[in-house]
Design a protein around this ligand. Sequence first.
Ligand SMILES: [Zn+2]
Ligand SMILES: [Zn+2]
Length: 377
Amino acid sequence: MKNQTSEDSIVGKRKNRLIIVVISILFLLLFALILLARNNHQFQDKIFEAALKQRVQLPRAGLGGEQNLDIVFCGSGSPFPDPINKRGQPCLAVFAKNHFFLFDAGSDSAAKLAIYRLPLQKLDHVFFTHLHSDHFSGLGEIRLLTWVQGKSSPLKVLGPNGTKRTVEGYKEAYFMDSTFRIAHHGVNALNPSGTTYQTQEIQISKEEKSKVVFEDGAFKITAFLVDHSPIKHAFGYRVDFGDRSLTISGDSIKHPNIIEFSKNADVLVHEALNPMMVKALEKRFDKLGNKLAAKLMKDILDYHTSPLEAAQTANKAKAKLLVLTHIVPPLPNALVERVFLREALKIREKDTILAFDGLHLRLPLGKKTILKGDFRP
Ligand SMILES: [Zn+2]
Ligand SMILES: [Zn+2]
């Protein structure tokens, strides 16, 4: 019995020694690899070449066309910085036929559009929902990217009253930049017409409620009034292409026009602010003695829509997929996302999702399907 026990302990010790030897060899190999990576130029060049091939590619082809309505989220956040999920300020790209349109252009959207390899030289229109800075602050860099990718015609910008003034500001701000780049690269490479804008302000009276702002055969965009008071005016947009449709709420309280213009829509992209969470933020700022931040948290409660209200709107309109965007506050992890959605999921368990930057939705014409993809590298 005693002999058996000592044999077991010898076998056990040998096993432990073997494990230690294997781990040591692995560490040595790893160390050797790190040394090689740090000192071998050939090895480093190979790594660089591989990264270059993966990162530098032609813009994505095949979006839109005659058969698909394609939607790409290039910003699903809000003015709040979002360090974890990296949801940027509002931006939604829409492709149909040979058109590429943006709805809003928040400050992070130029980089996102480039990272997702969207064909920026083809961007023809930018539609603003309203003139809060988180919805237009990326315009200058977006125009710059379209230009350096070969666009040689003015970028068309449509939005509510004040759009002309805002765009004039961007023209002025980028004047020196454009001058320097043309002088450096030459007019043959960078056509000066690509630095310009063509602006149109959309006027919709309360009685009119809505206006068709773009039409090309079966592809139609309708702007409609929403309520984001005191901001005058704020629009939502409905996009129809053949038998497929998308409605964008813009920033608004729960509003009957959003219900009306998302009737039977395939996708309703609705803004969402969780009041319980924002009230908690207000309390937190108050406790920290930051009275201004606490007041701002209190103020923003009165001109947005809760996830529950967005779900009520989607249910009433019989919208097929509800995608919540303009997420306030930023959500640090999947569990907090559940808290954000808790009340909404009680009345709309299915077909309710949170947008993320890089989310791609494809709506093939003549079908009922909504294909989901992810453009993040
Ligand atoms: Zn706003
Ligand atoms: Zn906003």
